[in-house]
Each structure stands twice: as C-alpha cells, then as structure tokens.
Design a protein around this ligand. Sequence first.
Ligand code: CA
Ligand code: CA
Length: 147
Amino acid sequence: MAKAYFSDSDLQTIRKAIGEAENHTSGELRVHVEKHCKEDVMDRAAFVFEKLAMHKTAERSGVLFYLSLEDHKFAILGDAGINQKVEEGFWDEIKDRMVEKLKQNRIVEALQVGIAMAGEKLKVHFPVSHDDEDELSNEVSFGGDIK
Ligand code: CA
Ligand code: CA
C-alpha cells in the first residue's frame, strides 16, 4: 500500500498544510497517492479527480496533487474554474519546486511546499469567503482502488 510510505505524523503534516492553504483560498486542495501509474499521468490524475468527485465544488476550484511513488510520476490538476482564471503555466513554478524535492525523496516536504505555494497563488483569484465550507476532504487518499 502506498500508505505505508507515510507515518501518521506525515499525514497530519499534509492535512495541516491543506487546512492552512484553504484558510486563504476557496480552492479545495486534495492529495492522492498510489504506488503505480502505468498510463499517462495526466489521464490518471483526471480519472482520480473524477472518482473523488472533485468537480463538484461550487466554484470548480478543486486542485489535485497526484503522486505515483514507484513509477515516479506526478501531476497537479486544477478544475475548470481555475483554468478559466489563471494564466498558462500557472502550476509550473510549483511543479518545479516539488520535483526538486521529490528527486531527493522528500515527499512530505514536496507536498507541504506545493500546497502552501498553491494556496498563495490561488488566493489571488479565489479568495476565501467568510462562509467558506470545506467542500473536499483534507485527508490524503491512497491507492488505485478508489471509491
Ligand atoms: Ca473551502
Ligand atoms: Ca478541503
């Protein structure tokens, strides 16, 4: 299981990073990790996005950080509402920073940094409102068999 790569405190760190980012933006960030990804990583991320019902946020502001640990693949996928508002290459800087850390096998740190950066960048276009709801779980999800 991909979960075995993370300690409880790792998962808490990531969950906290998501919660903090979501204090600044109405964007809803999620992390999904699995061991293998044999297909195109963007295709797989899109599949996971759909499976996790991430397209159901009010502003279409879901963001998925997808990570395949054994196959060393990684993607950030934002929903339609984000794509409409942000410039092309919006995620590139975040991806670059994360890839640096992933190459050093610093997975939790990579996610922490990426989530914080995404929160900062998203708040420009998607500021948090006073009645913000947590529309998508902040828990990391795992595995190829997602419900
Ligand atoms: Ca929210
Ligand atoms: Ca959330």
